[in-house]
Write a protein that binds this ligand. Structure first.
Ligand code: ADP
Ligand code: GN1
Ligand code: MG
Length: 367
C-alpha cells in the first residue's frame, strides 16, 4: 500500500488531526494492521479485514458492535473499570458508519489505539499467564448473558474438528501443490488421533456441554497487558461466536505452556512450562468458577490437547492448499508450524494427568 492510498482510506474516518504515517503493526496471521500516527499525537489502528477469511463482513461488524456494547454496559456497573481502556472502540466513518469498502472491494475499519499496552507472542512470567487467564475468563463471564442468537457465525464450523479433518482430507485428495509426499509423518500423526480428538464435540452433541459466547482466538497476543503486565483489554473480536469453553482454554494454553514459538523449527525446544499453565488456570478459574459446570471443567484438558492438534491440522491443510489462508514468511512455513504444533500435542499427551490434576485441584480451591 502506498502512503497516499492509506491516507485516502484514513480520510474517510473521523479521526482527530491529520495522518502523519501508517506503519504495518503486530504479528497477526489474518488481517492487515497499521499503526496510524497523527499531527495530534493520537494514534489509531487501521485494519483491512481479510474477506477471504471473513465472508460476511457486515455480520462480523455487527457482532463486534453487539459485543463491545454489551461489555460496555457491564463495565459501567463495575467499580474502577475504565471502558475506554478495557474495551476495543471503533472510530466512526465520515458518513457515520463503522467500516468502509474501497474501490477494490476491501473492507477497512479504524480502532482507537490503546497506548502503553503490550501484546506478547511468547509468555515468560507467571504474572503474564495469570493475567491472561483472568482476562479471557472475565471476557467469558461478562458475555455469559449475551443472547447467542444475536451473534452470527463469522466462520461457520470454526472449531469443529470433524470439519477441519474433512478439509484436510480434501486437500490430501486434491494435492494441488504436489506437496503430499513431504507430509507422510504428519498425516500419520493426525490419523492416529482422529477419534480421541472428537471428545469435546461428542460431549457437546450428547448435551453435556453448553454452547456459550466465547472468544475463539485466545492466543496470548490477543490480550493487551499494561506496562505492569496487568490485563487491560481483550482484542481481535472477529471470531467471538458460540462455542465450548474448552476451545478458548485450549487455544490459550497452546500459546502459554509452550516454551518455544508457534512455528519453532527446532522441535527439541518445544517443552511445557507447567508453572505458566498453573498460573493461567488460577486466573481463568477465579473468573469463571461461578458459572462453569463440572462437565465443562472436566472438558478443559481435552481442549488443551485438541486446540494445538486442530491448529496443526489447519496449518497442514493450508500447506497442502498452497498457503492461501494464513500469512506465511517462507514456502515451508505452514509445514513447520504444523510440525511444531504436533510436537506440542505429544508433550501435552505425556503430561495429561499432571495438567488435569492442576485444573481439578485449582477448581476445588476456588469453589
Ligand atoms: P489479527 O486478526 O491479524 O491477529 P489483531 O486484531 O489481533 O489482528 O491485531 C494485530 C495486533 O495489533 C495485535 O496482536 C496487537 O498487538 C495490536 N492491536 C490490535 N488492536 C489494538 C489496539 N486497539 N490498540 C493497540 N494495539 C492493538
Ligand atoms: C489466526 O488472527 P490471529 O493471528 O490472531 C487464526 C486463529 C489461529 C491463529 C494461529 C480467524 O489468529 O484461528 O489460531 O491464527 N484466526 C483466524 O496463530 O483463523
Ligand atoms: Mg490477533
Amino acid at each position: 500500500m502506498t502512503d497516499t492510498a492509506v491516507k485516502d482510506i484514513v480520510s474517510r474516518f473521523s479521526i482527530i488531526g491529520n495522518m502523519i504515517s501508517a506503519k504495518p503493526f503486530g504479528s497477526g496471521h489474518i488481517n492487515d494492521t497499521y499503526l496510524v500516527s497523527t499531527t495530534e499525537k493520537k494514534d489509531y489502528l487501521l485494519q483491512r479485514i481479510n474477506h477471504f477469511v471473513f465472508k460476511d463482513v457486515p455480520g462480523l461488524m455487527n457482532n463486534l458492535m453487539l459485543v463491545t456494547q454489551h461489555l460496555s454496559e457491564k463495565l459501567k456497573n463495575i467499580k474502577g473499570a475504565d471502558p475506554e481502556k478495557e474495551i476495543l472502540s471503533l472510530v466512526k466513518t465520515t458518513d457515520n458508519g463503522f467500516y468502509i469498502e474501497d474501490t477494490d472491494g476491501n473492507f477497512w475499519r479504524v480502532f482507537n489505539f490503546l497506548n502503553n499496552t503490550k501484546s506478547y507472542d511468547l509468555v515468560t512470567t507467571e504474572t503474564q499467564a495469570f493475567e491472561g487467564g483472568k482476562a479471557f475468563g472475565r471476557f467469558q463471564a461478562l458475555l455469559a448473558d449475551l443472547d447467542t442468537e444475536l451473534i452470527v457465525d463469522t466462520i461457520p464450523d470454526f472449531h469443529n474438528i470433524e470439519y477441519r479433518l474433512l478439509n484436510l482430507d480434501k486437500a490430501i485428495a486434491a494435492d494441488t501443490e504436489k506437496r503430499l509426499s513431504k507430509v507422510a509423518p504428519e498425516i500419520e500423526f493426525v490419523n492416529q488421533r482422529r477419534a480421541q480428538m472428537s471428545r469435546v464435540l461428542q460431549a457437546g452433541r450428547a448435551g453435556f456441554l453448553s454452547q456459550r459466547i466465547i472468544h475463539n482466538d485466545t492466543k496470548f497476543n490477543n490480550v493487551l497487558l499494561d506496562q505492569q503486565d496487568h490485563a487491560q483489554c481483550v482484542i481481535d473480536l472477529d471470531t467471538v461466536m458460540p462455542g465450548y469453553v474448552a476451545y478458548d482454554f485450549g487455544d490459550a494454553i497452546r500459546t502459554i505452556i509452550n516454551t518455544a514459538a508457534e512455528d519453532e523449527a527446532d522441535l527439541d525446544l518445544i517443552k511445557l512450562n507447567i508453572p505458566l499453565f498453573t498460573a493461567y488456570v488460577k486466573g481463568y478459574l477465579q473468573q469463571t468458577v461461578n458459572f462453569l459446570t463440572e462437565a465443562e471443567v472436566d472438558s478443559l484438558i481435552d481442549g488443551a490437547l485438541l486446540l494445538p492438534y486442530m491448529q496443526g491440522v489447519r496449518f497442514l491443510t493450508d500447506y497442502l492448499d498452497g498457503d492461501r489462508y494464513f500469512k506465511t514468511h517462507s514456502p515451508q512455513h505452514n509445514l513447520q508450524r504444523a510440525k511444531a504444533q504436533f510436537q506440542l500435542v505429544k508433550k501435552l499427551e505425556e503430561a495429561r494427568e499432571t495438567l488435569n490434576d492442576i485444573i481439578i485441584k485449582t477448581w476445588r480451591n476456588e469453589n
